[in-house]
Design a protein around this ligand. Structure first.
Ligand code: GLU
Length: 468
């Protein structure tokens, strides 16, 4: 039984788009194998907690359709799924490591740690705990009994080769000499990530630990823990980190990185997931656009490439546009209404769809193009005053159109253009601005047909005499 998990820390505004990618792969792999996908909230770093982040993360996963089988609010047999509610479990396991002599107590003060760090840095050494308390455990325990605050540290053996097997990267060798005696349990009783992740992945029977590459360097510490507990290791899969097209890391400073930002901009969840699925992986038939069901069916974990894939917003926008283009009118209507809000009349939105479906790439492109259907232009992109007489003529002419259809409207307007001897390009630009306020708009005749005769006539006539 495959069990995968995503383990977000509620330390930001939302989930990072890179974490959404990791979640997608975990989710799809669980679905593919009829297994379970678990969300575990890793909230043990109390200093970095952001209020409301957990709710936001969970709602973003659901907004993208990445439903979970177990997690906060969906308590299964491995509950609780929030690490802050599992403190006694970590304590018990930290004690077990002490008993097994794989960990030790440490009462070093922050001042002492800062001091040795400073010295190591001036000696150009990698700062690391100097095992001061390890050789002093009897004394240290006496101090702890008297109430001195303490932490529990991992006892990293010397000169040990640690091999991490990664499904994508093969065997990666680490030397224990490069590892610090990591704090496992902090003086506030909270575990660090390393202890909590190993304990939880084991107790929650996670079979595949699929996470971002940045955690690879922590894996040897985790392996030491698995070995100390005598536990079987999960299969490790370290996914590539998404990069900008210029290879730099996606970062909050330079990019919109929050998953919900994309939805707020009118990207469709299915398009974003489709795009993300192509990060480091390609469809065996070279297809770019495919459903999530198809992805689940055809993808294989082992085929993911580890060289940092480029997350290109321009490409994503193109793909989103393709999704919009291929959508049934009815579906697009529904999505647009959801996006722009209930104050826009459904029937009118529906009529505009054939005019804009090919033109928009994101749902947020809709209103700037179509606002004029819902309210008269308040400003005009060109000066209309010089067209007063011509527009009056156009108004009178189109008033006589009996069949209010785009073709007839176009013919009527063309006849005025010919009559007044104006260049077509200028004439129709003037009309477009009179009707829509803008120089660029959906097709004019069709737009006028939708607006209706009365409204169109009135706009043409009033463009040069703005209401006060
Ligand atoms: N809490 C870690 C994070 O924020 C989880 C890392 C892991 O998946 O092991 O990404």
């Amino acid at each position: 039984m495959v069990r995968t998990r995503i383990a977000p820390s509620p330390t930001g505004n939302d989930i990072h788009i890179g974490n959404l990618y990791t979640a997608l792969i975990n989710w799809a792999f669980a679905k593919k194998n009829k297994g379970s996908f678990i969300i575990r909230i890793e909230d043990t770093d109390r200093t970095r907690l952001v209020e409301g982040a957990e709710e936001k993360i969970l709602s973003s996963f659901l907004a993208y359709g990445l439903d979970y089988d177990e997690g906060p609010g969906k308590e299964g047999k491995y509950a609780p799924y929030r690490q802050s509610e599992r403190l006694s479990i970590y304590k018990k396991h930290a004690d077990e490591l002490i008993q097994k002599r794989a960990a030790y107590y440490c009462v070093c003060t922050k001042e002492r740690l800062d001091e040795i760090r400073k010295i190591q840095l001036t000696e150009k050494k990698v700062p690391r705990y100097d095992k001061h308390c390890l050789t002093n455990q009897v004394e240290v325990q006496k101090q702890i009994k008297k109430g001195t605050p303490y932490v529990i540290r991992l006892k990293v053996p010397e000169h040990k080769k640690i091999v991490a097997e990664d499904l994508l990267r093969g065997a990666i060798e680490f030397s224990s000499n490069d590892l610090d005696d990591q704090v496992l349990l902090k003086s506030d009783g909270y575990p660090t990530y390393h202890l909590a992740v190993v304990v939880d992945d084991t107790l929650m029977e996670i079979t595949h630990v699929i996470r971002a590459e940045e955690w690879l360097s922590s894996t040897p510490k985790h392996i030491l823990l698995y070995e100390a507990f005598g536990w079987q290791k999960p299969i490790f899969v370290h996914l590539p980190i998404l990069r900008n097209p210029d290879r730099s890391k996606l970062s909050k400073r330079k990019n919109p990185v929050w998953a919900s930002w994309y939805l707020e901009q009118g990207y469709l969840p299915e398009a974003v997931l489709n795009y993300l699925s192509l990060m480091g992986w390609s469809h065996p038939e070279g297809k770019e656009i495919f459903s999530l069901e198809e992805f689940i069916r055809v993808f294989e974990l082992k085929d993911i490439k580890t060289s940092g894939p480029a997350f290109d917003q321009v490409k994503l926008e193109w793909m989103n546009g393709e999704y919009i283009r291929n959508m049934k009118h009815e579906t697009l209507n529904m999505k647009l209404l959801d996006f722009i809000g209930p104050q826009y009349p459904k029937e009118l939105v529906e009529k505009t769809i054939p005019l804009i479906q090919e033109r928009i790439k994101k749902l947020s492109d809709y209103l700037p193009l179509t606002e004029f259907f819902f309210k008269r232009p308040e400003k005009y992109e060109i000066d209309m005053s010089k067209y007063k007489d011509i527009l009056k003529k156009v108004g009178e002419k189109i008033e006589t159109v009996t069949e209010w259809k785009s073709k007839e409207i176009g013919e009527a307007m063309q006849s005025v253009a010919t009559e007044v001897g104006m260049k077509n390009s200028e004439f129709f630009m003037m009309l477009r601005v009179a009707i829509t306020g803008k120089k660029i708009s959906p097709p004019l005749n069709e737009s006028m047909e939708i607006l209706g005769k009365e409204e169109s006539v009135s706009r043409v006539k009033s463009a040069t005499t703005p209401e006060s």
